[in-house]
Design a protein around this ligand. Structure first.
Ligand code: ME8
Length: 502
């Protein structure tokens, strides 16, 4: 049986249209999903939308719309964006489906049965923007630590006995040192939990837009207890346990650092309290700013992913986001950095290697893959390089070190260019055509292997390169690295693949 891999992005709030931050996390997940598919694993990739809660109820009211019509509209704009970005998700999950309601209510029942819920009354601060409760000592200058405005709420509420989970959570983090990454985030979570946990309000009576509490329709379930359950409702809990049991132990949640606490503290506590196991791993990435400033509608500092993709294409957009910033660190988007990165890596390094090789082969080898003769040690070394790079990439991908995995692939492309500069096939046409053919064959086969390795990074470009080399779509997975190009295969006239941005 194929090994399972379950990757999730957050499900995004539909209070507003998507921006570059949403594109970023989903693209990172997409790179991981494509990589493990190429490795031959059975990949389930979830993204989607989070559609309940006060923030959305308010946004719908401001537009004079029924919440359901409002969320249908905006959820569609997320789905359209991911379609445009050619995201390879297998599930686009929404919290407003009957299936999801059933899972959330089942979780509630389990928590109740296990004596984890009691009825009380909540008096305290709530930030609608974060959909989060904050304690008095967290409020500074009348704002949440995130800068979100807060309001004072007093209402009847059910509580989850989170305070009882401090020790079990700390034990869980200790026994599963890889559960939270990067390390600095793990330490942050441990410090927070060591500081003590208060019981958590998990229902609201002042809003209506949510999943009703079973047997008490005056309450709707707190949006985070609702939303987090999407990760299990979408893979079959409790209605398809076979699928759930296959994928859940192999789960990886990718989230932004803003929602770490919900995923690293509340979520494993809810799951353990309901008798389920926490996810396998959680990675919290950093935050994008634009020209050094927070991305925010109010300052007009938003980056529209659609406009960037329309102007530069999917691969350049994706490549920049994935490569520019070490995954886990904060990053800054500037047009200068964007253009510089694309020209250097995609046009000069990758495009150039492919273009000069294929154009030369087409012109000087009658448009056919050359036939090699004896391979020199340098030839053999170059042909063996992609398999070594793959090994390194596998290790880096297992740690979600996405930009380092890309860097490693690009080291291979530099080697390809270096080999060509040293071997100078263009000087051999008259003097040693057989050696020239060997060098060109080596380059073509190296490029084939490298395009397989870069397929999860720049899928369109890699696929175009492989098509120029007439590689069957079924021979583009990692096992195919060890196959070889067939000499004398005719290739189409090469077209320039990467445009330099001027
Ligand atoms: O929090 N830089 O949804 P959300 C990097 N519905 N990533 C960013 C970003 C930025 N400037 N802005 C947004 C929610 N993101 C909940 C999640 S999951 C069960 C429920 C990305 O629409 C990043 O992944 O506010 C962040 O965690 C997420 O969008 C927040 O999306």
């Amino acid at each position: 049986m194929k090994k399972a891999f379950y990757i999730t992005s957050p499900i995004y709030y539909v209070n507003d249209v998507p921006h570059i931050g949403h594109a970023y996390t989903t693209i990172a997940c997409d790179m991981l999903a494509r990589f493990y598919r190429q490795k031959g694993q059975d990949v389930l990739f979830l993204t989607g939308t989070d559609e309940h809660g006060q923030k959305i109820e308010k946004s719908a009211a401001a537009k004079n719309m029924q919440p359901k019509d409002f969320v249908d509209n905006i959820s569609k704009s997320f789905e359209d964006l991911f379609h445009k970005l050619k995201i390879s998700h297998t599930v686009f999950a929404r919290t407003t489906t009957p299936e999801h309601y059933k899972t959330v209510q089942e979780m509630w029942r389990r928590l109740k049965e296990n004596d984890q819920i009691y009825l009380g009354s909540y008096s305290g601060w709530y930030a609608v923007r974060d959909e989060a409760f904050y304690s008095e000592d967290e409020i500074k200058d009348g704002k949440a630590p995130t800068g979100a405005p807060v309001e004072y709420v007093t209402e009847p509420s059910y509580f989850f006995k989170l305070s009882e989970w401090q020790e079990p959570l700390l034990n869980f983090y200790r026994d599963n040192p890889d559960f939270i990454a990067p390390e600095s985030r793990r330490n942050e979570v441990i410090r927070f939990v060591e500081g003590g946990l208060r019981d958590l309000s998990i229902s609201r009576t002042s809003i209506k837009w949510g999943v009703p509490v079973p047997d008490d329709e005056n309450h709707v379930i707190y949006v985070w207890l609702d939303a987090l359950n999407i990760y299990i409702s979408s893979i079959g809990f409790p209605h398809n346990l076979e699928q759930f049991e296959k994928f859940w132990p192999e789960s990886l949640h990718i989230v932004g650092k803003d929602i770490l606490r919900f995923h690293a503290v509340y979520w494993p506590a809810f799951l353990m309290a309901a008798g389920l196991t926490p996810p396998k791993r959680l990675f919290a990435h950093g935050w994008w700013t634009k020209d050094g400033e927070k991305i925010s509608k109010s300052t007009g500092n938003v980056i529209d992913p659609v406009a960037l993709v329309d102007q530069y294409g999917n691969d350049p957009f994706r490549y920049f986001l994935l490569r520019e910033v070490p995954f886990g660190h904060d990053g800054d988007f500037s047009n200068t950095a964007f253009i510089h990165r694309l020209n250097a890596d995609l046009a000069n390094t990758y495009g150039n290697l492919v273009q000069r090789t294929l154009a030369f082969v087409y012109k000087h080898n009658e448009g056919k893959i050359p036939t090699p003769s004896d391979l020199s040690p340098e030839d053999q070394e170059l042909l063996a390089l992609p398999a070594q790079i793959l090994k390194d990439m596998e290790k880096l991908m297992a740690e979600q070190a996405l930009s380092r995995a890309i860097e490693r692939a690009w080291e291979g492309l530099f080697e390809g260019n270096r080999y060509m500069d040293i071997q100078k096939p263009w000087t051999l046409k008259a003097t040693d055509p057989s050696r020239m053919a060997t060098i060109l064959y080596v380059l073509c086969d190296f490029i084939r292997q490298m395009a397989i390795l870069t397929s999860s990074i720049v899928p369109e470009l890699s696929s175009q390169i492989l098509s120029q080399l007439c590689i069957d779509p079924n021979h583009r997975h990692f096992d195919a690295l060890s196959t070889q190009l067939i000499p004398e295969t005719p290739i189409p006239e090469p077209k320039p693949l990467v445009q330099k941005i001027i």
